[in-house]
Design a binder for this molecule. Structure first.
Ligand code: SF4
Length: 222
């Protein structure tokens, strides 16, 4: 059994020390960092609406969700690698992890569309990637200084350095996401520029809910 197989078997259960309900899915961090209400709709209310972005995303991930490893030009890549962190109570899966010659993991998360110009959408992707790095550091007992977001439409990589600021922000998002999943309450809508691209806009009805004043001010906005 190689290191990768061993880690896959270890990671098939819940991270130790956490009750199942407390283990935060890594994907929920990206949803929370984009919009806490979106996170609650998906991970508490179990709502998922398809739109053109999610359909493209599913198709993109369908190609990388089958566990397999390959080596090309001396670079080992593991696809669909299960991830966990006992320390942080996280679990998920990496689209791809490249292993440099010295064994340093380099996570690569696949995204549909072109590289986001910035703002919360890109930051949410970076938080998700950083959470993967925190898991890999614990699993392989190695520093993971960087990773990449791969945008399928533009076929370009955006390299992300896991700075202290990003690590702190990611841990804060983990804490807040766990709190949201624990209270299982739907935050009010953000009702801003995030909504038109959100797959849940039909279900969420952000502008209607906001007009009716149905909900407290959104102090959960990252
Ligand atoms: S429509 Fe807007 S408020 Fe509703 S979940 Fe999406 S981003 Fe959040």
């Amino acid at each position: 059994m190689n290191d990768f197989s061993a880690h896959r078997i270890q990671s098939s259960g819940s991270p130790g020390g956490w009750r199942d309900a407390e283990v935060v899915p890594i994907s929920a961090l990206q949803h929370y960092a984009y919009c806490p209400r979106q996170c609650a709709l998906i991970h508490v209310e179990q709502v998922w609406d398809e739109n053109i972005y999610t359909l493209r995303g599913r198709r993109a991930h369908g190609r990388v969700d089958t566990p397999k490893g390959m080596t090309r030009d001396g670079l080992r890549t593991e696809h669909a690698l299960p991830l966990f962190s006992d320390a942080l109570g996280l679990a998920g899966r990496a689209d791809a992890v490249e292993f440099e010659a010295d064994g340093t993991p380099f996570p690569v998360e696949h995204k549909v569309g072109s590289r986001k110009k910035g703002g919360l959408a890109r930051r949410a992707d970076e938080v998700q990637l950083c959470a993967q790095a925190l898991c890999l550091e614990e699993m392989f007992e190695r520093d993971v200084p960087a990773g990449a977001l791969y945008y399928r439409k533009s076929r370009r990589r955006h390299e992300v350095a896991f700075s202290s600021a990003l690590r702190v922000e990611t841990q804060e998002v983990i804490r807040k996401t766990r709190g949201l999943l624990r209270v299982r309450r739907l935050p009010p809508p953000v009702a801003d520029a995030r909504c038109p691209r959100c797959s849940l806009i039909e279900t969420c009805m952000p502008y209607v809910v906001e007009r009716l004043g149905d909900g407290e001010p959104n102090d959960e906005t990252p």
